[in-house]
Design a protein around this ligand. Sequence first.
Ligand code: 13P
Ligand code: SF4
Length: 312
Amino acid sequence: MNLVVELDLKSEIRKLKKELNAVLLAHYYQESEIQDLADFVGDSLELSKRAANTEADVIVFAGVHFMAETAKILNPTKKVLIPDLTAGCSLSDSCPAPLFKKFRDEHPDYYAVTYINSSAAVKALSDIICTSSNAEKIIRSIPEEQKILFSPDRNLGRYLMEKTGREMLLWDGTCMVHEQFVQEKITKLKLENPDALIIAHPECEEKVLDISDFIGSTSQLLNFVKESSAKKFIVATEVGIIHQMRKYSPDKIFIPAPPQDSTCACNECPHMKKNTLEKLYLCMQELQPEIILPDDLIEKAYIPIKRMMDLS
Ligand code: 13P
Ligand code: SF4
């Protein structure tokens, strides 16, 4: 019975996509069924690029709020829908715009590099945006003598300082999913699976990155797995990515890194998972929730995003 309802929903969503001339963009952390319906699945940078170049009239963003907001900033005249308007992000929430403004005001001679996991209001106060795919390139593009503020992810910031040798002042934010992964549990898994490679997202803590064989954005992790001759991987990022890993590399084995608290499903992002097939269908049917932003905020937030796009 459930199966029939599910199949109907999927075909209704496909129909609505055509009727609305809509493009469905999905992040790798979305549930598998949504990823399979999407016109494009990608990491934050790729999704922004797709949003910037789409011919569609409507952008349906199956991801979290800051991603859909970025799509709106890049397409102010288009309708941008998100299945659940409350799908937020702990990193973005860790950096409220008034506090970020204070941080900037206290360091007037610093250049503000801000991770895309931030609100439009914080982006509007920043000099340049980055994602985990292009952050190293963006940092290296800034003149050596220029002092840098990096916000809001302190783990990504610390990792970038190590990679580039640049000192940066870091905002003290973290991702509630990636900070769940702990070295001790991953090491235990590795001892049980000595042939597995450990792959991690740079939002993980230093101790996890220290024992990782490869560190990268979600798309970089996916590509590494595709190209690697290894057959087994311990994956330290949100478990949703494993759906695409299994699709591209069906002969390989993927072991999700366990969260610190084994009684919860904390390696799933509760914000990303707020979007469901039902909510996706309803938002396309009712053309809401829609991302609405004031024009002046769009104009200000566009500047640092455009700087990133030009460098990517
Ligand atoms: P990427 O997909 O850009 O690596 O980002 C991961 C993430 O945390 C998205 O919220
Ligand atoms: Fe935010 Fe972390 Fe969820 Fe990504 S996984 S949306 S950084 S809370």
